[in-house]
Design a protein around this ligand. Structure first.
Ligand code: UDP
Ligand code: MG
Length: 321
């Protein structure tokens, strides 16, 4: 057994009292099997993050942490949402593990993908994305909105992995770099690809929730989508600029036509004139707003102060000065 292969399974939990005992049982089995096979260290653990649950989630986690030395519990002071809870867990795990796998508490993600993720890690991948190959058990609504979401992200130029949610392995190295991203509006699916390094994929079948109901109502899904776009793309701002320019040109052309008509003695109707100047002024205003937006976009990217690059290795020797 290699003590360097410590795996932490990071599990965000919000009101998951119905599933937690079963989740713990299955994850513990998984860790045991992997450790027995030599793929991971026997020091590997499960880290459950209670995201300000209102039910008995924390009591269950605290109980498990007492009875099972392989369980670590982290309790957030209040509900901060899935992405923040996950980041909290990863932040705690980073110093104690060589790799982490983030997985939902509800057992929708096929746990056998963990074996393949660890294999890919041993083959050299720093990041392994779990990709859903089949979501036939999702409701048509969930499937439709999720797929629309990935398409929209793509159209907005946000680099994400299609059909990948937050089921992924991160090596300690990749995780440390991810944690150096200081932004507060988290959209991990967009941030992880920015980290870079050798990445690989594992596809799995998404099943049904083991128990309980979704903690991602439409409102939270929409918030995640809007955050994904506005945290990664300035395209909406640029769109304003081009829309304004198009309106402005249209208005300008219409005004010129009317002036020519007036010169030719065919006086245009007042309504047409008012309308064309409306477009002209509207267009100028939108263009101006778009330009301002462009600068606001720059400010917003600057205030994030994300790392501008991540160095993977340095070859050769740098002498101390
Ligand atoms: N979750 C969380 N905080 C929240 C909402 C959800 O930690 O505010 C957790 C939840 O307990 C689960 C994971 O995020 O482990 C994904 O949520 P869920 O399975 O309800 O989402 P769905 O699969 O329906 O998209
Ligand atoms: Mg789920």
């Amino acid at each position: 057994m290699n003590p360097n292969n410590v795996l932490y399974l990071v599990v965000p939990c919000y009101n998951e009292q119905e599933v937690l005992p079963e989740t713990h049982r299955r994850l513990a089995q998984k860790l045991e099997a992997l450790a027995a096979g030599g793929a991971i260290s026997a020091q590997s653990k499960m880290l459950f993050v209670d995201d300000g649950s209102r039910d008995a989630t924390w009591q269950i986690i605290a109980g498990l942490a007492q009875s099972d030395p392989k369980v670590v519990g982290v309790k957030l002071s209040r509900n901060r949402g899935h992405q923040n809870a996950l980041l909290a867990g990863l932040t705690v795990a980073v110093k104690h593990s060589d790799m982490t796998i983030s997985v939902d508490a509800d057992l929708q993600d096929d746990l056998d993908a963990i074996d393949r993720m660890v294999e890919k890690y041993h083959a050299g991948a720093q990041i392994v994305y779990g990709v859903r190959s089949d979501r036939s058990t999702d409701t048509a609504f969930k499937r439709g909105t999720a797929q629309g979401f990935y398409k929209l992200m793509e159209a907005m130029g946000v680099e994400t992995v299609y059909n990948h949610a937050d089921y992924r392995l991160l090596s300690r190295r990749a995780l440390e770099e991810l944690l150096s991203f200081k932004e507060v509006n988290l959209f991990l699916r967009g941030m992880v690809p920015q980290v870079g390094f050798a990445a690989d994929f594992v596809s799995y079948k998404r099943g049904e929730r083991f128990a309980g109901e979704t903690k991602y109502p439409l409102k939270k899904m929409l918030a995640l989508a809007v955050n994904g776009i506005t945290s990664f793309s300035v395209k909406p701002l640029q769109f304003l600029f081009w829309l304004g320019l198009a309106c402005g040109f249209g208005g300008f052309a219409a005004t010129v036509v009317q002036l020519v008509l007036a010169i030719l003695g065919k006086a245009p109707s007042t309504a047409a004139f008012v309308l064309s100047s409306l477009w002209l002024v509207g267009g100028i205003l939108l263009t101006a707003l778009g330009i301002v937006g462009e600068y606001v976009g720059k400010i917003y990217l600057e205030t994030k102060a994300r790392p501008r690059f991540v160095i993977e290795t340095v070859a050769g020797r740098l002498e101390e000065n």
